[in-house]
Design a protein around this ligand. Structure first.
Ligand SMILES: [Mg+2]
Length: 417
């Protein structure tokens, strides 16, 4: 867990983020990070993990032993066999004393960390106020306008889970999204493949963008017919739609079986012996999950992924929450997907429309940034921990996202009475 600060705010990144120190790889192997934040004043708080001996603790013990004079421990084995009851009692006392001391130390560390987290959490609320507590600040500027809603999926509508195939949203959340979509144009923008996120959400009332916005399905617009990479297609109900896939030329490189070393299979083969590693086909993005990989093997995961993509200069590596993502090098991200969808839904006039984007991941920062820099909407960061963001507001978790969506519906109903 890294704590960092810049001149304006304290920053707490995701627990155990993938960085130079955790991966212990050269900077040339590091994954690309979309948004850049100040790297100044990093403060690392060690995390204790059950069953894992911290190497620093081991070194500490080695140093203590080498610098201490011989004691009872150094007596020979025969003498130990002749231990007296007094010795036994003394050793027991030493153990109890050590355990008590350990408890005290761990309790103190735990207390300090909790205090630090509460302080940083308070700092987050100051810089990025709760979208629930500051609901009026969001809806007052929306009076007389249409709210357009953009929602990330993992960590926003569904909890982050160990198995990415099981990131199901609750029925209550699905009902909340369905209700809000009745009042506001709503789109899901996910790093998952569009088909997969549709399977999870299962609502026909929404627009969907998969692969971090590189696969957008929207309503038919004659004006987009000349747009490169935009084709006519049909949705699951057989309705004609526009399909925009700006990275379509990369698909053969990533998946075509006739190629001797296509990317998806190479990544799967290169990581299949790493326990817990999982490679996911997200169409224009291949995700290598390491959430279930032992931390000591994260370096291996990064190295194996790098070994594959080093042969593909037109692919790049980004990272999300315990996932490495291989994607095409194109000038396209979730921010551009928001702009495209607003145009596609004929909602690009900021005088009449207030876009709101809710997301939890680094890739959502591109969308937050578009809204902030365009001064035409609000980003809402979903995070229980403080971290630097281009968002304006925050929500703690998917449960608060659901409450926010319900509040929007209530507000809309009462404001039109
Ligand atoms: Mg997410």
């Amino acid at each position: 867990m890294d704590l960092k600060s810049n001149h304006t705010a304290l920053v707490l990144a995701d627990p155990a983020p993938l960085n130079k120190s955790t991966l212990r790889v050269s900077s040339g192997l590091l994954p690309y990070s979309g948004a850049t934040f100040s790297q100044n004043l990093f403060l690392t708080v060690p995390t204790m993990k059950a069953g894992i001996l911290d190497i620093r603790t081991s070194n500490c013990l080695d140093s203590m032993e080498s610098s201490s004079p011989p004691d009872k421990k150094s007596r020979d084995f025969n003498n130990d066999l002749e231990s007296t009851d007094t010795d036994v009692a003394y050793r027991a006392w030493l153990v109890v004393d050590f355990l008590c001391l350990s408890d005290f130390i761990f309790d103190t560390i735990r207390g300090v960390i909790n205090l630090l987290l509460r302080t940083l959490s308070f700092a987050l609320q100051l810089k990025y106020p709760s979208a629930l507590a500051s609901f009026d600040l969001i809806t007052n500027p929306a009076k007389g306008k249409r709210i357009a809603l953009f929602l990330d999926y993992d960590g926003t509508l569904s909890p982050i889970v160990d198995n990415p195939d099981c990131a199901f949203m609750s029925n209550d959340m699905r009902a909340a999204v369905k209700n809000v979509a009745e009042f506001f144009p709503t789109a899901i923008i996910s790093g998952r493949s569009r088909d997969k996120v549709y399977e999870f959400v299962g609502l026909t009332e929404l627009n969907y963008a998969g692969s971090h916005g590189m696969d957008i399905m929207g309503p038919v617009r004659q004006s987009f017919d000349d747009h490169s990479n935009c084709i006519r297609s049909t949705d699951n109900q057989g309705k004609e739609v526009n399909l925009f896939q700006p990275a379509s030329e990369f698909l053969p490189m990533i998946y075509e079986n006739s190629r001797p070393s296509q990317v998806f299979n190479s990544l799967a083969n290169n990581t299949k012996d790493i326990r817990g590693a999982k490679v996911e086909n997200n169409k224009f993005c291949v995700s290598v999950h390491y959430r279930n990989v032992d931390e000591k093997d994260w370096t291996v995961v990064a190295q194996r992924v790098h070994d594959v993509i080093r042969n593909y200069p037109r692919l790049r590596l980004t990272h999300g929450r315990k996932v490495l993502e291989v994607r095409p090098v194109i000038n396209w991200d979730k921010g551009k997907a928001v702009t495209f969808l607003l145009e596609s839904l004929e909602l690009s006039n900021c005088e009449d429309v207030l876009p709101i984007y809710v997301g939890d991941d680094q890739t959502d920062e591109d969308a937050f940034k578009v809204l902030r820099e365009g001064n035409c909407g609000y980003g809402i960061l979903v995070s229980s921990l403080p971290k630097e963001s281009n968002a304006f507001f925050s929500l703690k978790d998917p449960q608060e996202v659901m409450e926010f969506l319900k509040s929007l519906v209530v507000w809309k109903k009462t404001s039109t009475l």
